[in-house]
Design a protein. Structure first.
Length: 391
């Protein structure tokens, strides 16, 4: 009797599809995106095993994704917002792992400010530092800090102030922890630094690799998105360069050219200098915590998604990281995007085999964002049908 071939075995077993989308900014969370993609995939292949695995890369949505992965609980903390008004921000606490997730956007994020309030020269990371202090109060031994979505360009001095650091001007007076005052700092005083920082491992995760200053620095690239004029961008860049010089001279840390130092208005540099943090690509850390490699075992197809997929997706974004891990195991990966940019050939080499548009016809951005979950389900259905039709 003829034995079934390997191909027969693959065909006869239940197909396994991994659904690993990022959040679609302005539309839906990563969890909602995964659920929508599962609905569409089920319509195409009702017998498939569907594994919903929402992902993040250090930007908005990190805390939500890791709450489930770490079996954590959300804690609300009243902190100082980006323009010094109080806000309620959440952190994630995993008692079993003694791990806390702090998402900068929830305390110092651009989304917390109305358009006229967005001013990179006048915003502070003080509230994010207060979240870190709350994590230390819980007894955390590992703190994960997401750097995306910030409203700030203060080099992390607001955060550092909340942790006991003092920034003094030439007359010995405290400097306000905002970007406009960076150039006024004459001395950094760490005598009251929170000693508990020595007992904790802090990982700062982000989806960019920008240095602190220069044409690719925090002010030049991200300042305009936070309301900075060209003159303000130049002043903020000079202020960050001045801060880097002081850090090198007084703390012995060279942080200006670290990849990721420019994330979150220089908060990446500030975390390294003032909290002893390590900078990590967010997607890799998240995928490790989600045990993506284990979930990929036996998978036939991976679907990922993001609001915009273009050449920049290759640089630290979650869909590219998901695809790279799938490719390493010989698993095809299809991406779904609200917007598809030019020059995406590099993504095919990384492991994204094809990109499907979220939009089924001409529509406004508002319409696409409003109907994102329905559109995702429809696109996922067609992607799965197309893939398995070839089998």
């Amino acid at each position: 009797m003829q034995q079934p071939s390997t191909t027969d075995a693959v065909i006869n077993r239940m197909p396994r599809i991994i659904l690993a989308p990022n959040a679609l900014k302005g539309s839906c969370t990563a969890a909602a995106a995964a659920a929508a993609m599962a609905r569409g995939s089920a319509r195409a292949l009702s017998e498939a095993e569907l594994v919903e695995l929402p992902v993040a890369d250090g930007g908005d949505g990190l805390a939500e994704v890791l709450t489930a992965a770490l079996h954590g609980e959300r804690r609300s903390v009243r902190v100082t917002g980006p323009r010094f008004a109080p806000v309620d921000a959440a952190l994630v606490w995993s008692p079993g792992r003694r791990t806390t997730v702090v998402e900068m956007a929830l305390a110092s994020g651009l989304a917390l400010l109305a358009g006229p309030e967005q001013d990179a020269t006048a915003t502070t990371t003080l509230g994010t530092g207060e979240l870190l202090r709350a994590a230390l109060d819980l007894g955390a031994r590992h703190i994960i800090v997401g750097l995306g979505g910030s409203a700030t360009n203060d080099g992390g001095i607001g955060m550092a102030q909340a942790l006991g650091w003092r920034f003094l001007d030439a007359s010995g007076q405290p400097v306000a922890p905002v970007g406009a005052r960076l150039a006024d700092i004459a001395r950094i005083d760490g005598t009251a630094r929170d000693a508990r920082l020595d007992q904790v491992r802090i990982e700062a995760v982000c989806d960019v690799d920008n240095p602190l200053t220069g044409p690719r620095g925090a002010a030049a690239v991200y300042g305009p998105q936070k309301g900075a004029s060209p003159a303000q961008v130049a002043a903020l860049d000079a202020g960050l360069a001045h801060l880097a010089t002081l850090i090198a001279r007084e703390l012995g840390r060279e942080i200006a050219d670290l990849p990721g130092a420019g994330a979150a208005g220089g908060r990446g540099a500030g975390l390294v200098a003032f909290a002893g943090a390590a900078l990590r690509p967010g997607a890799d850390l998240v995928l490790d915590l989600l045990a993506l490699d284990r979930h990929l075992a036996g998978a036939d197809l991976v679907l990922t998604a993001e609001g915009q997929i273009d050449a920049q997706t290759a640089y630290g974004k979650a869909p590219a990281a998901v695809a790279a891990r799938a490719k390493a195991r010989g698993i095809p990966c299809i991406a779904i995007a609200g917007g598809i940019g030019a020059d995406i050939d590099a993504l095919h080499a990384i492991g994204i085999d094809a990109v499907f548009s979220l939009c089924r016809g001409p529509m406004t951005l508002d319409e696409a964002q409003r109907d994102a979950e329905t559109l995702l389900a429809d696109a996922a259905e067609q992607a799965v049908r197309a893939f398995f039709a070839g089998r």
